[in-house]
Design a protein around this ligand. Structure first.
Ligand code: ZN
Length: 466
């Protein structure tokens, strides 16, 4: 009986695969599309001559925002002969931020390590399609090409990073552990290090489609623990580990990242709206947002003196630090700390800049369900959301490469320069004083007209130009 069943099963599988074969064979130019890998997201719609039609698969429904987010995509295109192919995402206009598409450029890689921008990327507002061309050479080297919204950072690489951190045996007071588990059963990894009394928390990738944040975490941890130099850290870090105890969560949302989501976790929760109750919506909860629940509980145990929540932003072609202007606790102290932090960060790494960013929320009107707002208010500390662009970084036109994962990692390393600069006045000083002209707080600008004027005056042609 068992044998018979197996035989029937194999016959029906064979019949099904044979039924598909002639379709493939009939189109000699057909491209095979796959997103069945860590972080993959695309649906194959069809192929018309040399145009491959695709759709982004939406995230699960988000109860709080009453919608299904989508914008992140990543897929593999396999073709065994030379051809010029147009890739076309037909539902780009249904994305969470359709206005962010103009000026965006898809990234491509054949080795999954080095990513290049695809300059032919364009968004047609009329048809609502995002498309680009790719010349497949037919050689072995580009038989499979990976395309994505930004450089891929896999869960395996995350696990490797955590394992590397655990080998940093010289690091003072090093603890590599887990805050708890996600809904899919992954650990919420945390790396703590340092003997200082100041508690710095840096968390990453609450929004899984923002892979910039994972590269940033890697750059931060590599410098903090000397992972690329046999545990030997630079002089600034040695001093910093006496001032601070760091708590780094490299990936807040591994479930969403593996599943190829843009904004949510396995239960459809947008983690960056789960940090406080909002009317009828109770958050965080262990059943819907354990990632937030466990992290906030750990912060309560240690206290927080400096906090950075690391993200990627679809729209603005800048790296920026969105502050706490809307908090009740915002005043002279936090404003001066914020200004000095941004001044030091921008001096350390020109990929950071203070001028362009989200418009400030009026004092007292901050949404406390957003992570950095809740942490800033609860702990009365320097806190913000750090955003890196999907587009090229217009704030640093002198850069020799377009904005990519390597530059995200360098921004993570440079965070330590900024935290070092503000450390002496982070606590216990009601009116901090900083001497340099660019330590002065800058009210960020978000208006499109001002951004466009800046881009138009840019001396170098940026990949983010429309
Ligand atoms: Zn985000």
């Amino acid at each position: 009986m068992l044998l018979l069943s197996r035989s029937l099963l194999s016959r029906s599988l064979l019949a099904a695969s044979l039924a598909r074969l002639p379709i493939r064979a009939a189109h000699t130019m057909s491209v095979s599309i796959s997103s069945a890998f860590d972080g993959g997201n695309i649906e194959f719609v069809g192929q018309d001559a040399q145009v491959v039609q695709l759709r982004i698969r939406p995230d699960p429904y988000t109860e709080l925002e009453k919608k299904q987010h989508m914008q992140w995509f990543a897929f593999r295109a396999t073709l065994d002969h030379a051809a010029d192919i147009t890739y076309e995402i037909g539902n780009a206009d249904k994305a969470s931020y359709p206005n962010a598409w103009p000026g965006s450029q898809v990234v491509a890689s054949t080795d999954r390590k080095n990513w290049q921008r695809v300059s032919s990327t364009r968004y047609d507002k009329e048809s609502g399609k995002l498309s680009w061309e790719w010349t497949h050479t037919g050689t072995t080297v580009d038989r499979s090409v990976f395309f994505a919204y930004f450089d891929l950072y896999s869960y395996e690489r995350h696990l490797d990073l955590v394992a590397r951190c655990a080998t940093a045996s010289n690091a003072p007071n090093l603890k590599v552990g887990s805050l708890g588990q996600t809904l899919d059963g992954r650990e919420i990894d945390v790396i703590s290090v340092g003997t200082g009394s100041l508690q710095a928390w840096v968390i990453h990738r609450q929004h899984p489609g923002e892979s910039q944040a994972a590269f940033y975490a890697e750059g931060l941890l590599v410098r903090l623990l000397g992972l690329d130099s046999q545990g030997v850290v630079d002089g600034l870090v040695s001093k910093l580990l006496l001032d601070y105890t760091f708590h780094v969560v490299p990936c807040m949302n591994p479930d969403g990242a593996v599943r190829g989501y843009l904004r949510v976790n396995a239960a459809g929760a947008n983690l960056n709206r789960e940090w406080a109750n909002t009317g009828e919506y109770v958050a965080p909860t262990i059943v819907r947002s354990p990632e937030v629940f466990h992290t906030l509980a750990a912060m309560e145990r240690t206290g927080v003196d400096a906090f950075v929540d690391v993200h990627g932003d679809e729209g603005l072609p800048f790296t920026f630090f969105s502050g706490s202007e809307g908090l009740n606790v915002w005043g002279t102290r936090l404003e001066r700390l914020h200004g000095a932090f941004m001044g030091a960060y921008s001096r350390a790494n020109p990929d950071m800049q203070p001028k362009f960013g989200y418009a400030a929320t009026p004092k007292g009107e901050a949404n406390l369900a957003i992570c950095s707002n809740l942490v800033g208010e609860r702990f009365n500390c320097l806190a913000g959301t750090l955003e890196m662009p999907f587009k090229d970084n217009a704030g640093n036109p002198a850069a020799l490469s377009s904005f990519n994962g390597h530059r995200c990692a360098r921004l993570g390393a440079s965070l330590l320069d900024a935290l070092s600069y503000v450390a002496p006045q982070l606590r216990g000083v009601e009116e901090p004083t900083f001497a340099l002209p660019d330590d002065v707080y800058v009210l960020p600008v978000e208006e499109k007209a001002e951004v466009d004027a800046f881009l138009a005056a840019n001396p170098k042609k940026m990949a983010c130009r429309q």
